[in-house]
Write a protein that binds this ligand. Sequence first.
Ligand SMILES: Cc1cc2nc3c(=O)[nH]c(=O)nc-3n(C[C@H](O)[C@H](O)[C@H](O)COP(=O)(O)O)c2cc1C
Length: 189
Amino acid sequence: MGSDRPVLIPVILGTTRKGRMSAPAARLITDEINKRAGLRGELIDIAELGLRTDDVGAAVQNPELSDTLKRADALVIVAPEYNHGYPGPLKQVLDSYLKEYIHKPVGLAGVSAGSFGGTRVIQNLLPVMREVGLVTIFWDVNFSKVQDVFDDDGKLLDEAYVKRIDKFLNELVWMARTLRYGRENIPLD
Ligand SMILES: Cc1cc2nc3c(=O)[nH]c(=O)nc-3n(C[C@H](O)[C@H](O)[C@H](O)COP(=O)(O)O)c2cc1C
């Protein structure tokens, strides 16, 4: 079904904070994507985008990111929980693109120091996903007490996450292939 080109899944590391524990989480998911034949994961570190805060929308788009998002078949957003919400710089990225997102699936990974694994940031992201045209899947990854999940060098300490990410990717890839088929073959009107 559909074209044979690899399924491109950018993984957005959704914080610019120094010492962020979301970084090893985003790297792990990207590595798991790249272990699979037919998939290509690409880590997008929003700290490297030179985000502007004097405007929002098309005027402050990063052309390379726009191109990557256009080519993407699905997205993963790795979002740390900050006061039960999402980081401002992540929202700036989400707000600055639109047509790039439409009719593409998104998988959400929440990261928190507490036990809830970013469930509250995920809940708060859901209406934003809908508004920008992304299609959420019904499986998340929750990195609870993330300081115990990776060591200081970013090495995974809890192998159970590999299985959880596997299940999450199964669903995301199914949606990516299905929606790619739809975008390429089914007219909207
Ligand atoms: C401003 C701020 C607010 C935070 N609020 C929460 C919170 O509401 N719940 C929680 O479990 N952890 C909270 N944390 C801890 C983060 O979840 C923790 O730093 C975790 O490692 C993920 O964020 P990081 O990628 O920036 O490290 C907060 C951290 C910061 C910097």
